[in-house]
Design a protein around this ligand. Structure first.
Ligand SMILES: Nc1ncnc2c1ncn2[C@@H]1O[C@H](COP(=O)(O)OP(=O)(O)OP(=O)(O)O)[C@@H](O)[C@H]1O
Ligand SMILES: [Mg+2]
Length: 147
């Protein structure tokens, strides 16, 4: 198993393209145990959805991951695995998320990635992994750091 990805992300790094960000995410996905919840922090356009695309690839899920304008929750299935993608941008608190009845859809093994996790902070499990994404000074360069 590629556990060095955790150390690399903890140290923090910069990617020079969306594809490089996806490749890192794919490596992380392959190292994450089922039931993992990944909180993706970062401003508009920081690369959160791009990262989720890489997670899907790393889990062997072929379905395309997009950033739907109106959807809050998307379930991506493939290779016997489920990736739960939550965009909490328009949510306000854990109640709102519980109302989506996510638990009813979750058959193991599943992995979850949450954009705008600060909006549903009280819903996140205490062992969620928190990844910070941001724009670097140079164009197309984005920063990633696991905290
Ligand atoms: N190094 C990079 N890493 C990630 N994305 C990059 C990089 N360079 C350029 N991009 C581009 O930046 C954009 C990031 O958008 P993305 O939808 O992933 O952001 P987001 O954080 O999900 O935004 P939102 O808050 O609106 O959901 C994409 O168009 C992607 O192609
Ligand atoms: Mg997004």
């Amino acid at each position: 198993m590629d556990s060095s990805i955790f150390n690399e992300l903890r140290a923090g790094l910069t990617t020079a393209s969306a594809e490089e960000t996806r490749a890192l995410a794919a490596r992380l996905a392959a190292a994450l145990p089922p039931g993992s919840v990944l909180a993706l922090h970062g401003d508009l356009g920081a690369g959160k959805t791009t990262f989720v695309q890489g997670l899907a690839r790393g889990l062997g899920i072929q379905e395309s991951v997009t950033s739907p304008t109106f959807a809050i929750l998307a379930l991506h299935r493939g290779a016997g695995k489920t990736l739960v993608h939550v965009d909490a941008y328009r949510l306000d608190g854990a109640r709102a998320l519980e109302d989506l009845m996510i638990d009813d859809f979750l058959a193991p093994p599943w992995w979850a990635a949450i954009e705008w996790p600060e909006n549903v902070a009280d819903w996140l499990p205490s062992d969620a992994l928190h990844l910070e994404l941001g724009h670097a000074a140079a164009e197309r360069r984005h920063t990633l750091r696991l905290r």
